[in-house]
Design a protein around this ligand. Structure first.
Ligand SMILES: [Zn+2]
Length: 216
């Protein structure tokens, strides 16, 4: 089951899925040891599963890249003409640190892909309905992204803040020039019968895998 991006089904050779509890991944997916940072690597740089980073880019047939999440946002980027795709693990720390700009920067440097050629999809992740954060989280976004973009997704109620991380990521992608941004799938914490939720399940070790790449 799980979720795919409808408009990407017509892209020849593209394999893509936002997984759920039951989704079976393709045989050989390439992953990193995720550390909530902003480092994005080309897949040909990866030498083992202990290599750290929070995003992978693939242009190689048969090299499917994946991230695992449970509340954080799995983000897929795809440039159909250049046949380049990326899987990013976007928690609040990596997002505040600028992982989206890092990923788009790598696409530009290495593949000459402009943001206007990139389409993005944001998979199932915790929503503002279930995600209360402290002021230090908003401060971290404002410190890098400024007072306008950096406050997107935050909603104050009383002395508390609710945060819609996907709303921030969508706004930043558009600001960076990405023309197509889609949200796919529900709030993880509202949907634990289908999805792992780190917050809702009290720090479960369960994760869902999301993958993208080109068939060999
Ligand atoms: Zn929710």
């Amino acid at each position: 089951m799980a979720w795919t991006v409808e408009r990407w089904r017509r892209v020849p050779g593209l394999e893509q899925r936002f997984g759920d509890r039951l989704a079976a991944a393709p045989d050989a997916v390439v992953t990193l040891r995720q550390v909530h940072g902003r480092l994005v690597r080309p897949v040909d740089e990866v030498t083992g599963e202990t290599m750290e980073g929070d995003g992978l880019v693939t242009d190689r047939a048969g090299a499917i890249v994946a991230v695992s999440t449970a509340d954080c946002v799995p983000v897929h980027l795809m440039a159909p003409a250049a046949r380049v795709a990326a899987a990013l693990h976007c928690g609040w720390r990596g997002s505040a640190a600028g992982i989206l700009a890092e990923a788009l920067g790598l696409l530009g440097r290495r593949w000459n892909v402009r943001p206007e050629e990139v389409e993005a999809a944001l998979g199932p992740a915790i929503g503002a309905c279930c995600y209360e954060v402290g002021r230090e989280v908003r401060d971290a976004f404002v410190a890098r992204a400024g007072p306008r973009l950096g406050t997107v997704g935050f909603e104050a109620y009383g002395d508390r803040l609710a945060f819609d991380l996907r709303a921030f990521l969508e706004a930043e992608l558009r600001e960076l020039g990405v023309a197509v941004v889609e949200r796919v799938g529900p709030c993880t914490a509202c949907t634990i019968e289908r999805l792992h939720s780190y917050r809702r399940e009290r720090q479960t070790r369960g994760r869902q895998l999301s993958w993208i790449g080109w068939r060999g």
